[in-house]
Design a protein around this ligand. Structure first.
Ligand code: SAH
Ligand code: SF4
Ligand code: F3S
Length: 498
């Protein structure tokens, strides 16, 4: 991955890349106004762009893969680290040139950076006409109209209810085989380093029936894998109320507990948990693979692990970000678990799902006051777990977060970088070793399309989310094949279909 220098261990579902939308319907949409969307940041942002495309299509816009031919350009932005924002600012400079040639072009900033900076963005970046936060996407056509009439348009209102449950996303740049499905929005966790609770608002869960409908519809259209998305999927909770209505409960938020049973009202049925939801989606069809991200170590339950064990089509892979291997640092990070708790969760995963279950993490180097010994504990945790993948970052202070308010960002940049490099080197070693385990094994692979390097090869992922490359033969995307793994790198497995 080239866009984020510190992110070196790759998955094909890279967290940060640029999306180039192109759908068949849009290719055929002659005479319509055209929208170009570029997405940055996490998978949830990419999923949101597909909601925005649907809202805009209703308003008469087709999507285009060319910024030059667009009437409206949206950047769906990320604010997680300073360099994520710098990348967008750089892109805006390029768009300023484009707008000079085409003054009627409208530029909109969506997503987390828009939410974080609000109207300040309009002051700082003259090229921007529209600012819309993550919960304001239904309002976008109105904002575009306002901007068309020459006014700057802003909506950064954060909602407690919005889940866009009823909007069918338009799949952008899709391989037709794998898709993201958002199951919740926001985050209530308040990790001290993290800007997400401020940019995405309170946690809320989406109606499970709308999730199952979306996944079923994808399956009917030939998709064979869905990834259920949320910042903290294990706190998914949906409560059906006795009056037939329902609501996504916010975990740990008392003021949202609307239902109070009394003698006259029958008790509501038990809430739908993430384990229940996983099962509902897994039961759509054995050929529909189910993945999910992200699991929080404080919330993942045995119930989820047992559900994974029961269904072959729920992939044997868990992204369980540790952030640090030291209990004091974890406490400062407000992660609400310590090292022994995290290790206990890893042991449970191995007990219930076996040694082969893929596990990945996120690690932060150089968090406020982290000592050399504490950094060593991150490395020793990695040695204990032997992760299959990791996303690794140097700590970047974010304005307004608890850490920015309470702790000095006191680890020098060169020390953060050196610690990060040690973490990366460790992970490369482990990824290679974990991949070598598969040599000589037969893996079930869902074909996603041609490999990046050559059309003579196809690629797809195995159960543990590892990319497998093999000669094309007469196989096609969307099929499952059995591949005998013969060689590997730290990023990819290679083999032949048997
Ligand atoms: N909800 C997920 C994380 C989403 S953000 C979870 O709790 O695991 C993705 C990752 O970005 C985080 O796991 C963390 O490793 C990293 N990150 C977040 N804020 C950061 C910051 N201020 N500096 C460096 N990395 C950060
Ligand atoms: Fe950020 Fe923590 Fe929420 Fe993840 S769980 S999004 S790291 S606040
Ligand atoms: Fe970035 Fe927002 Fe996702 S800050 S990582 S786009 S939730």
């Amino acid at each position: 991955m080239t866009l984020i220098p510190e992110l070196t261990i790759l998955q094909d579902a890279d967290k940060e890349q640029v999306d180039l939308p192109r759908t068949l319907e849009d290719e055929l949409a002659v005479g319509k106004k055209r929208l170009y969307i570029e997405s940055y940041g996490c998978q949830m942002n990419f999923a949101d762009s597909e909601i925005v495309a649907a809202v805009m299509r209703n308003a008469g816009f087709a999507t285009t893969s060319s910024a030059e031919e667009a009437d409206v350009i949206f950047l769906n932005t990320c604010a997680i680290r300073d360099n994520a924002e710098q990348k967008v600012r750089h892109r805006l400079k390029h768009l300023t040139g484009l707008k000079r040639q085409k003054p009627e072009l409208l530029v909109g900033m969506l997503g987390c950076m828009a939410e974080r900076l609000k109207t300040k963005l309009l002051e700082e970046e003259k090229v921007v006409d529209i600012v819309a936060g993550p919960d304001a996407y239904r309002d976008i056509p109105k904002l575009v109209e306002e901007a068309e009439s020459g006014q700057k348009a802003v909506n950064v209102f954060l909602s407690r209810e919005e889940t866009y449950a009823d909007i069918s996303p338009i799949r952008l740049n899709s391989n037709g085989v794998t898709a993201f499905v958002s199951i919740m929005r926001g985050c209530d966790n308040m990790c001290s380093f993290c800007v997400v609770p401020f940019t995405r608002g309170r946690e809320r869960s989406r109606d499970p029936y709308s999730i199952v409908r979306e996944a079923q519809d994808l399956f009917n259209r030939g998709y064979r894998e869905v990834t259920l998305l949320g910042q903290n999927v294990d706190s998914y909770k949906w409560q059906e109320r006795s009056d037939g209505s329902a609501e996504g409960m916010q975990s740990g938020v008392q003021d949202n507990a609307v239902f109070t049973p009394n003698a006259q009202t029958p008790l509501p049925s038990a809430p739908t948990t993430f384990a229940n939801l996983l099962e509902m989606v897994a039961r759509i069809h054995p050929d529909l693979r189910v993945r999910f991200s992200t699991s929080h170590p404080k919330d993942i339950t045995d119930d989820v692990l047992h559900t994974m064990a029961r269904y072959d089509n729920i992939c044997n892979y868990i992204h369980l970000p540790a952030q640090s291997g030291n209990s004091r640092v974890l406490r400062l990070m407000n992660r609400t678990y310590d090292r022994p708790w995290y290790v206990g969760k890893i042991d449970r995963i191995r007990e219930i799902l076996g040694e082969d279950c893929g596990i990945s993490t996120d690690m932060i180097s150089g968090f406020c006051t982290e000592t050399e010994e504490e950094h060593q504990e991150s490395l020793s945790l990695m040695d204990y777990v032997r992760y299959d993948y990791a996303y690794m970052f140097a700590y970047s202070e974010r304005p307004g977060t608890l850490a920015a308010k309470k702790y000095a960002d006191d680890i020098p940049e060169d020390v953060k970088k050196r610690r990060l490099n040690e973490i990366i080197a460790k992970q490369l070693e482990h990824s290679a070793k974990r991949n070598q385990r598969h040599i000589g094994q037969v893996q079930r692979v869902l074909i996603e399309g041609p490999s990046k390097r050559s059309d003579d090869f196809l690629c797809g992922r195995n159960d543990q989310n590892k990319m497998v490359v093999f000669p094309r033969g007469d196989h096609q995307k969307g099929q499952y094949v059995h591949v005998l793994v013969t060689e590997c790198t730290s990023a990819t497995l290679r083999g032949e279909v048997i």
